[in-house]
Design a protein around this ligand. Sequence first.
Ligand SMILES: C[S@@+](CC[C@H](N)C(=O)[O-])C[C@H]1O[C@@H](n2cnc3c(N)ncnc32)[C@H](O)[C@@H]1O
Length: 978
Amino acid sequence: MAGRPASPTSTSSTLSCITVATAQESPDPMSASPPGSTPPTSLGDEASIASDATIKMDQLVEGPESPEESTPIKQQPEDIPMPGVAPEETPQSVGRRSSRRQSGKVATYNVQILAGTAIHTPTKYLQKHHGNVYRGGSQGAVAAAAGANNTEVQEERSAEPQGTRESIDPVEQQIANEIAQDAHRRKSSRVDLRKEAIKNKMAATGSALAKRGQEMFSNGKDRIQQALGGSSQDSEKNSTKAIAKSSTKRSRPSTATEPEDLEEQPQQEQEFAKPKRKKWEEQGLYVGQHRGFDPRLTEGQNRQKRRLQPKENKALPLPLFNGERLLSGNPQENHRDFKLPFDVFSPLPRKIKVDGWVKLSKNRFVGDASSVWKKSNHQDGSKCYCSPEDGCGVSCHNRSMYYECNDSNCNLTPEECGNRPFAELKKRAKGNRYDYGVEVVETKDRGFGVRAMRSFDPYQIIVEYAGEIITQGECERRMKNEYKKNKCYYLMSFDNKTIIDATRGTIARFVNHSCEPNCEMIKWTVGTEPRMALFAGARGIMTGEELTYDYNFDPFSSKNIQICKCGTASCRGVLGPKPKDQGKDRKNAATSFITGTKRKIQEVLGSRGSGSAPSSPNKRQKTTSFASVALTKVQNALAETAASRAKAEKDAIEAAAQKMSREERANRRHSTHSAPVTLTSQTTSKVVTNEISRSITHGSNKVITKVSRASFPATTKRTTVSFLHKEPKPGQLRPVNKVGGMSSALQRHASALKDKSRLLSRSKTKSKIASKPPSKTPSKEAGAPSKSRSKVTASLVKPAPSQDILITASSLRSSLSAKFRQSTLTFDPMPAESSATPVVNKPINTDKIEEKDDDDDDDDDDDIVEEADPEELEKEMETILLEDEEEDEIDVDVDDEGKDIDEDTAEDEDEEDRSSSEEEFEPTRYIKKITAKQVQAAADGVVKETIAGSVRAQRRAAAVVARTSLGSLVEEGIGGDE
Ligand SMILES: C[S@@+](CC[C@H](N)C(=O)[O-])C[C@H]1O[C@@H](n2cnc3c(N)ncnc32)[C@H](O)[C@@H]1O
């Protein structure tokens, strides 16, 4: 290939903004470049490929690979010559700053970009840059060709002084020269840049041809061919070669490599990617932690704090802290749980995207809200007089009033003042993600939540709850239309009857509820306007903790009640205030509600004077129909109540019977009877009578079995069985008034107790309002309680105060007799030497009860079985129960299904109710109480009956009323106190 003379003209490309000039025309007197030296263009640079030096392409020579040569982004006038630096002259020009002079001629100069390794160059820029190349068309191709020619010339020239140089890559040579030059240059930022670029370039030189480069090369080649349309094959070949080389040199080291260059890749990676290793990775998770370490302080502050503390012996390993923790009285108080470093467990490499969440960073008024806002008087009503020493700390008046300090209400400077949380928040928002400090996370079962990405001091502001400020009317409209199908609402009542709707709002809207929260949502006054923000609680917040606050949610209706899944020890079960479902509170609430309902209904029906009835006949008719519907529904609900109560009673009876049965069996296991005795129905009564007589004779025992549900929550029925523990003698038929005896009797005759229909019908008889009696055939014995005190012997199962089931002596006797008429008991009166016969306790409601009485130490006439006189029996039973004797109590708690429940649960009961239960042991008072309640129930009718029923049913009734008529009635303007 023959070298071509440099053109006297210069060319420039508007596309690539590359200026190419020949050295001959350089006006720079300082130019050390000899004529014909290469201009400061870069062959490999894509910009050069796009250069538009079509005509002068054969006059151009390849410039040195110095960064200065490869820039030009700005367009250079064609007539301005550019001094070039030929590769071969570089050694001679050391110290002459030729490049610097050249750079003076080039309009723009960015070594990093032109080196192709500017790792900090925005990708966008590079893409654009490459884009120029691709769009360069034939002009670019020509420029590339020109570059190629330059290379050719350069190679040729290089070959002249040193014949061996043809084999050396001119680019490498150039780089070496540049480095040599650099050694003599004075330090400057530009030089540093150059060095960096050179280093990168060296790395790039060693790297493989990038795919992109290859494409560019082939594209360029095609274009050159098109543009030249038949130029010398040789020159074309060379030029394309040069382009390929340059492309390779310009490609970034991180791009795809050819197989032969793969080996070099790790070395580069080593050079460029040296990830920092965390201390804890090598030294363990406890590294850096010492006693008194405060994670909220910086390293420096912690170090300073440590210096003030006495030196400690660190001979023991860190688990020492754990030991201390265990030994300390209240571990939670003195120590925090160990937390993994945030970067160990942080599972969020990127932000979570939430559909439908439009972010707002500050409040925005919508509709009439702003006029409502303006009308209200928002004056700054607080001032503080803190000194710089106080720093507007806890004693600051503004702080205590939740007013943010500012220049008008505080004398301190922002630096001195510690009560400018919203200003702090503003500053933080300008920082990075970690400064901001919160991120959205997805929880297991509560949708999205918010997590801390940093620690927060106690009471420190975390994030503002901002969104659209709307009026109540707008809120209702949105609820009815836009949010009709929403599961989550982000509405929070705000100032002056406005509402913040954070459906479009800050991240604070994702903060979940907890019954043991770590944050608080507080309204502050900032300047003259109120603002809501989430603040850390008294414990502060550790990095990674989920942020929660107590919604204190008002569900408006039972329909909106949401189950709480916060999982804390003191969880209330629902989002919002603790339901009033215990003790009197619940009863009172139900009573007041139902009383109010009743009154309204009666008013509507006009049953309480004409004054309260609706004036208009239409209205009256309408409301009356509402009322009648309501009444029907209430009655239905009450019927359901009665049914559920009946079931509860039955369960309670069964549970009590089973309990006693168990005890009986346990007692029997100690005895050794074997010979069965058959008891006829006639003898059974006698046995009972005898037992009673004996109890009177021996008498210090009493059996009182009662169930009082009044004092327990709806889901729990408590059966209190009081009795004296006394082991019966072997062979003895235990007396009724003794524990074992009574329970035995109860068990034997449990068929009577288990007879649902009788008990239910009895309770039904007392319940005047029950529309559907659960028992079809109320038994005679289970009729209304006797007026005579003497007839009441025990309240065996008392589901509710006003619905106590009274078992009179006669009813019990009749019931038992009826059963025993068909029952046969096997009874072993005497202890047998070989009592191998197993004790058989059949279910208490079987017709035939086989029993082996193990009492074998009977010293009395226990085996004598006589016919019982009903009257006598009744009297005796009464006497027993009226005796004031020492007693032992065993509380048996049963749940809805009649199963025993934990004692702890039962202990939660209201003390007052407990004591009232105790009082009920006194039969006389008990009877009176029942009578009074019955009278009251009769007077109050339906409503009172509802109160006495299960709370579940009460709720149902209340809900029905609320849903149907009451709401409508209230809407009708009837109103009331409920
Ligand atoms: C203001 S949003 C909180 C963000 C919500 N988790 C989300 O995904 O958008 C309130 C809703 O979150 C749910 N939620 C919040 N705390 C809860 C908790 N402790 N138990 C159950 N659900 C909860 C409820 O559905 C509630 O209506």
